[in-house]
Design a protein around this ligand. Structure first.
Ligand code: FES
Length: 108
């Protein structure tokens, strides 16, 4: 992990196969790093907002992650919950890729 101002490196793009999500714990954050089929990289909190489950144990399909516990879904680009049982959206992080590293901007 390297840091650059408020941006920290959380993973290498090559470590997250397209169409998959990877759990990363760093600086007290539990993150889900997604590499979508089209190449987009997104990062959200990894803990579901409904109860306690790690979203990276769920299923990623077409930009949606489905929670393994009660099948709630979130849009991984926006964090938006996709209906019951989700009542609270997921926190997302500003993300960029530099030299093959995935960086997120730390919350203020
Ligand atoms: S814990 Fe994720 S939907 Fe219930």
């Amino acid at each position: 992990m390297t840091s650059d101002g408020n941006w920290i490196s959380v993973a290498k793009v090559a470590d997250v196969a397209p169409g998959t999500a990877m759990a990363v714990e760093t600086m007290g954050l539990q993150l889900a790093v997604y590499h979508l089929e089209g190449g987009d990289i997104c990062v959200t909190d990894n803990v579901c907002t409904h109860a306690f489950a790690l979203l990276t144990d769920g299923w990623l399909e077409g930009g949606l992650i489905e929670c393994p516990l009660h099948a709630g879904q979130f849009d991984v680009r926006t964090g938006k919950g996709q209906g019951a049982p989700i009542e609270e959206d997921l926190r997302t992080f500003k993300t960029k890729v530099e030299n093959g590293e995935i960086l997120i901007e730390l919350p203020a």
